[in-house]
Structure formats: C-alpha cells, structure tokens
Design a protein around this ligand. Structure first.
Ligand code: KIV
Ligand code: ZN
Length: 513
C-alpha cells in the first residue's frame, strides 16, 4: 500500500537560532543549509528576514544557494514583514512565506491586545498579502496548544479561504500531552470545512519533554508536516528533534502510515555541524546522535549484538551516518584527498579557503596522527574568520606548575593593532582569560565554560565552548586545538567577536503584531 509523504520542515536556522547564544552568521547558515539540502529535508526555514539586515542577508543567501529544498522565511502578520521576506526569497527555486499570529486568549489579550475578530482579520490580510508573492503560504496559529478549539477552527478556516496551503499548529509553550494533542489535530481536520485544501502541520516545543511524542501523535492523527530541528535545538527546552522523528517513522513503518524522503546517512554529519557552529554540545546519551547512542557497554548486550545484532539494536549506526572507520586523513594526505573529503562532508569552499584549511590541516597533522571528520569540521569552522572578527590571537604563553600561581601572557591583534597583556589566575585557563581581559576590558559575564574532546585519545583536539553575556545579549564562542588552553582562548575571542557584531534584531514572538 502506498504511504503518504510526511513533509520534514527544518527550523534549525530560525527557531533553533532563537536559543540564547545560538545565533548564526550568514556563512554558518549557508554551511548548515547545504547539509540540510543533502539530508533532503523538504523545507528549510532559513530565518526571520525582518529581524535585521543581517538576518535578511542570511535568508537571501540560503534562498539563492539551495535548489532541492523549499526555502522559507518567517513573518509576523504584518505587510512590511511579508514584503521583506518576499524580497529575501525572491531568487529561491521554491520559496515559502510563513506568517503567524497568536490565537490563545492569553496571547491575544496580553501580548497582541486584540479582539478575536481583529486576530482573524490580521490573519486573513497577512495570508492574502503573502499570496501576492507565492502560492506557497503557510499560516501558524501561535500558541495553538492553548487556544480554544472553536476559535482555532474559525481562524484556520479563514486562513485557508484566504489562500494558506499549509496550516501549522504550534504547541508554542510545550503544554500539550500526546493523546490530547493528537485528538486536537483529528478534531481540526474533521471540523474545519475546507481542511482538505491544506496540509496540516505541527510545531512542538519540548518544555515537558514531549515534543517528539506530541508530533508523532499528531502524525498518527493526520498531520502531514512536522516542524523540527537538528539536535532538538530551539527556544527554551528546544523543538522536536528531527533525527528522532525521522528515525521513529522509519523504524516503525508497521505503525506510521507515512514516509519521508530524508537521507538518514546525513543525520550525524548534520548533528555535528550544528553542534559545532552553535557551541551546543550533544549530550552523550541523546537518541540517534549521542556518542553513546549505539555503544553497547554491558557484557550481556555486547554478547547479544555479536551473536545477532537485532537482539539489542533497532537501527544500524551506519544508517544514520555513524561510520565504523572514521579515520579519514593523515600527515601524508594531500590537497586532493582533503578537497574530496570536505566535499563529501558537504562543506563548500573556494580555492583560497581550501589553501588556508590545508595549511591548518598540515599543522594539525603534525600534532595528531589521525585526522577525523570531526577534526575537519572544527578546522573549517575556525578557518576563514569573519571579516568582522576584531580580536585575533597572535601568541599565548602560559606557565603552570605545582606549587606556583599560574601565569599567562597573551598577544592579541585588535582591529589590526597588536596589544599585549598578562595576568595570574586560579589555573591556566583563568589566567589566560584574565590576561585577555587586561587588554580588552570587555565588561562581559562568563556564563559557561565547557571542554569536550572532539575525538578520543589524549592527542585529540579539545573543543571549548565559552558563553558570554553583556547587556542582556548572550553569545557562544567556540575554539578547538590540541592544546586546551589555546582552544579556550580562541573560544573566548570568538565569543567577544560575536558580541561585537550588530545586536539589534527583532524577536518574531516577543511583541505584538
Ligand atoms: O513556537 C511557535 O509558535 C513558533 C511559531 C512562530 C511557528 O515558533
Ligand atoms: Zn517555535
């Protein structure tokens, strides 16, 4: 029996980016978008173009680059937002405009300060306006999870009549429970008279840890699009995890009446790239993409798996992109081998960037015999610093020995000028950060400092994440090196550079319409 197609709508670059500290540059979004296209997601929500000129440019770049997925821009139910999104999407092969307005009493009263009639009017006007630019218009009833069902039916019917071809039901605050959320979808499909003219979609947040369960329950009740993110990135506790949705549907074909077109072997590379770009590490026991997801620690399990892998494995690690042999390159590998492997990883680069990556690659290969995919991803992230990068590390000397106070001397290049500083500290990392601060005096607060090894072994590169905040703005910085003190300083400077980029951007959901 032929199955329905389940549309996978990825919002890592929009809702994912709304996680504090996860904002991405245009180049970073492009790198992720290329890999999402390779993963074969149906729709890439690239951002909220009206947020800032930088967001507009990022959506435009993704719209121009991606050919095999639809590219979507989010808008509030405002003509000006929609015009801006249409402009950013104008070169896309398949553009989608996604417009939304809140429909719960609490949001209408306290956030929008609108009557239900006014909300319906705005929704209809927004959808009509968007339809002047494209046939592919999606309408979301924000906070649908807490909206009154009669009103939801009314606004959805009006949005479809105005031309929306996708109707999205967000559980914006992660309040829904699987059975009840599934029933809501079934009720809407049954009660909205023109429901057959639109695809019903869901967008679940994970505040109660139920985003994936709610999304799957919706699919069982007729939803045919799921909005999700890589590594479950997203506001607060995140969105539904793309990898978990896709693999649940694929693994339990006996239950789900749908199929996706996802190339699951790209899941792990996508997960790594998103983690690498945003500085949000993947927890080791995270389903599908955690480092332990396919590790069989206990003797009984290992024995079972060796005798017959289905005893304890419901999926194969290779199917989601974990490769058994992950050693890719070494000291003797040449430029061509590097180019080929980068292409296989979905990294796009020009010759200048390849030259730079190659120099760093050789440098790393001198310190570390085996270069893994993860090392290459980290190298790419660090090479070609953004033009706006104000702070660069030139030199670091750290002295740390038992019985003495650690001391660091650092030399930075700031806007082309070389400046030096030094400091004692509680440990080598603390001394280095204070030495940097003795020069930059940034006035930031350090919210998080974490170190992960990118691969295993004591010669592995350490990948450091530093989260800084200043005046309510939060950014993550990342750095990697075989020397974790150097990696730490690189991460610190990366965060400072990100803080220096323009901050004024609107949040789509934090004000009225
Ligand atoms: O969570 C939400 O309601 C959203 C909408 C803008 C779709 O992200
Ligand atoms: Zn959301």
């Amino acid at each position: 029996m032929s199955k329905d197609h389940l549309i996978i709508f990825d919002t890592t670059l929009r809702d994912g980016e709304q996680s504090p500290g996860a904002s991405m540059t245009r180049e970073e979004k492009l790198r992720i978008a290329h890999l999402l296209e390779k993963l074969r997601v149906d729709v890439i929500e690239a951002g909220f173009p009206a947020a800032s000129p930088g967001d507009f440019e990022a959506v435009r770049a993704v719209a121009r680059a991606v050919k095999d997925s639809r590219v979507c821009g989010l808008t509030r139910a405002r003509a000006a937002d929609i015009d801006r999104a249409a402009e950013a999407l104008k070169d896309a092969v398949a553009p989608r405009i996604h417009t939304f307005i809140a429909t719960s009493s609490i949001h209408m009263q306290h956030k929008l300060r609108m009557t239900p009639d006014e909300v319906v009017e705005h929704a209809v006007a927004a959808v009509r306006h968007a339809r002047q630019y494209t046939d592919d218009v999606e309408f979301s009833a924000e906070d649908a999870g807490r909206s009154e069902i009669d009103f939801l039916c009314r606004v959805i019917e009006a949005a479809i009549a105005a031309g929306a071809r996708t109707i999205n039901i967000p559980d914006t605050v992660g309040y829904a429970i699987p059975q009840q959320f599934g029933e809501t979808i079934a009720t809407l499909l049954e009660r909205v008279p023109n429901s057959d003219q639109a695809v019903f979609s869901v967008h679940c947040h994970n505040d109660l840890g139920l985003a994936v369960a709610n999304s799957l329950s919706a699919v069982l009740n007729g939803a045919r699009q799921v909005e999700c993110t890589i590594n479950a990135l997203g506001e607060r506790a995140g969105n539904a995890s793309l990898e978990e949705i896709v693999m649940a549907v694929r693994t339990r074909q006996d239950i789900f009446p749908v199929e996706t077109r996802i190339d699951a072997t790209q899941i792990v590379p996508c997960s790594r790239l998103v983690s690498n770009v945003t500085g949000f590490p993947v927890q080791p026991n995270k389903a599908i993409v955690g480092i332990n997801a396919f590790a069989h620690e206990s003797g009984i399990h290992q024995d079972g798996v060796l005798k017959h892998r289905d005893t304890y494995e419901i999926m194969r690690a290779e199917d989601v992109g974990w490769s058994a042999n992950r050693i890719v390159l070494g000291k003797l590998s040449g430029r061509n081998a590097l180019r080929t492997r980068l292409q296989e990883l979905g990294v796009s680069f020009d010759n200048d960037l390849l030259d730079e990556i190659f120099v760093r690659f050789k440098d790393l290969a001198d310190k570390k015999q085996e270069i893994f995919d993860e090392d290459l991803q980290a190298l790419v992230s660090e090479t070609a610093p953004e033009e706006s990068d104000r702070h660069r590390l030139r030199f670091l000397h750290v002295c740390s020995e038992s019985g003495t106070t650690p001391h660091a001397r650092v030399e930075l290049e700031i806007d082309g000028e070389v400046r030096a500083g030094s400091s004692d500290g509680g440990g080598p990392v603390d001394a280095s950060f204070q030495a940097v601060e003795s020069i930059v005096n940034s006035g930031t607060d350090l919210l998080l400092y974490s170190v992960n090894n990118i691969t295993s072994g004591t010669d592995a590169q350490g990948e450091v994440t530093v989260r800084l905040s200043k005046a309510g703005r939060i950014v993550n910085g990342q750095g990697s090196d075989t020397d974790i003190v150097i990696a730490s300083v690189k991460a610190y400077l990366n965060a400072l550079n990100r803080l220096g980029t323009p901050a004024a951007r609107a949040h789509p959901q934090h004000d009225g319409v």
